[in-house]
Design a binder for this molecule. Structure first.
Ligand code: ATP
Ligand code: SF4
Ligand code: MG
Length: 348
């Protein structure tokens, strides 16, 4: 029997990553405890793959993204990129790496400096990060990049307020790609756009991913887009990974109760998983969209952080933190009650 070729080693590996914040409240009694924005998180990203990150608002997706590109210092843990440790790097040591890891932000207009022209905005990373490229070459590179993202080269002297959200996001993508990064993180990059414009930007990302050989992290609330675009998906809750699997696997047979609840809460057709895929029937009947609010991240629940909302919660869930276990080929879940498959299935 022929065996599948071994998976390539990851370009980005995150281990035990924690990012904690002091609460911002003006009231002293609300300032104790630290916000566990990212809490003991692991992830691997292979070159050329697209990883989707999903989870409710406030679960730590943007904090994770900011830590990965050096905008947020981790509290502890390791981030290895192309064999190099990034956690704890000084600003100076980060500088040569910034061009390799770029980000596109959620608020297309808000992320562009209103005082700068489009030409200046798109050329800025070249100026700051690519000292070897002669400034005389910048206008030509900017013009080509603008055309590549579907804009006219004649807009270089105009300002951000003259553009729609979709056009502004194209400018944001041009700004990120002009330095030819290896990894592009899109943090809710299409969430603020109308549905039709959203589809255009997603299609543009698909083309550019191929053309530039990009490794992509795509953070989104829209499960339908994640399912369409991503090879693998990571589900976050209160700073932790609840489940991680290939997109087809995750949407086809979600194993973790939180993933199931997220999918059940998504608009019809967005995720449409086999919600009854596993587990006993009595428990399956109790499934429903996430009830209640996200707990206070400064005081996360003991044991399984999802236990305060989980319809399948049992006493054991409060006593011990479930580890992220392999529950299928390339499929991981952090729940005490997701059964591990037999070894024959794992060897597939
Ligand atoms: N600089 C900061 N200081 C204090 N708390 C912060 C800071 N940045 C984020 N947080 C808190 O960390 C938690 C995670 O926030 P984060 O923005 O990473 O979530 P998110 O998953 O990106 O949410 P959304 O889907 O709304 O964008 C939240 O409780 C947030 O209030
Ligand atoms: S460990 Fe318990 S509380 Fe956590 S997801 Fe599993 S069943 Fe629910
Ligand atoms: Mg966010």
């Amino acid at each position: 029997m022929s065996r599948p070729s071994p998976l390539p080693s990851p370009i980005l590996s995150v281990r035990h990553l924690k990012v904690y914040f002091r609460p911002r409240s003006i009231w002293p009694w609300q300032r104790h405890g630290r916000i566990h924005a990212v809490d003991d998180l692991h992830l691997d990203l292979r070159a050329g793959e697209t990883l989707g990150i999903v989870g409710e608002s406030g679960c730590g997706k943007s904090t994770l993204a900011r830590a990965l590109i050096g905008l947020q210092a981790p509290t502890s843990g390791s981030i290895r990129y192309a064999g190099r440790e990034l956690a704890g790097l000084s600003k100076k040591d980060w500088q040569p790496l910034r061009r390799e890891l770029q980000m596109v932000f959620q608020d297309p207009l808000g992320s562009l400096n209103p005082k700068m022209t489009i030409g200046q905005i798109v050329a800025e990373p070249l100026r700051a990060l690519c000292p070897e490229i002669d400034a005389a070459e910048h206008p030509q590179r900017v013009a080509e990049m603008l055309e590549r993202v579907g804009l006219s080269r004649d807009i270089v002297d105009r300002h951000p307020h003259e553009f729609s959200g979709g056009q502004a996001q194209r400018i944001g993508i041009a700004r990120a790609l002009i330095v030819k990064p290896k990894v592009l993180i899109c943090d809710e990059a299409v969430s603020a756009l109308d549905v039709s414009v959203r589809a255009q930007i997603v299609n543009l990302l698909v083309e550019l991913r191929q053309e530039y050989g990009l490794t992509l992290i795509f953070i989104a609330h829209d499960l339908a887009i994640v399912r369409y675009l991503c090879d693998r998906v990571l589900v976050m809750y209160l700073g932790k990974v609840m489940e991680q699997a290939g997109a087809a696997d995750l949407f086809g047979t979600p194993k973790h109760p939180y993933t199931r609840a997220l999918m059940a809460a998504a608009p019809a057709g967005a995720a449409a998983p086999a919600v009854e895929a596993s587990g006993d029937k009595k428990k399956a009947k109790k499934r429903r969209p996430p009830a209640g609010d996200l707990p206070n991240p400064a005081h996360p629940p003991m044991g399984c952080v999802y236990h305060t909302r989980c319809p399948l919660m049992e006493t054991a869930c409060v006593g011990a933190v479930p580890s992220l276990r392999r529950v299928g080929p390339e499929h991981y879940a952090a729940c005490h009650f997701v059964a591990a498959p037999d070894s024959a299935e794992l060897q597939r």
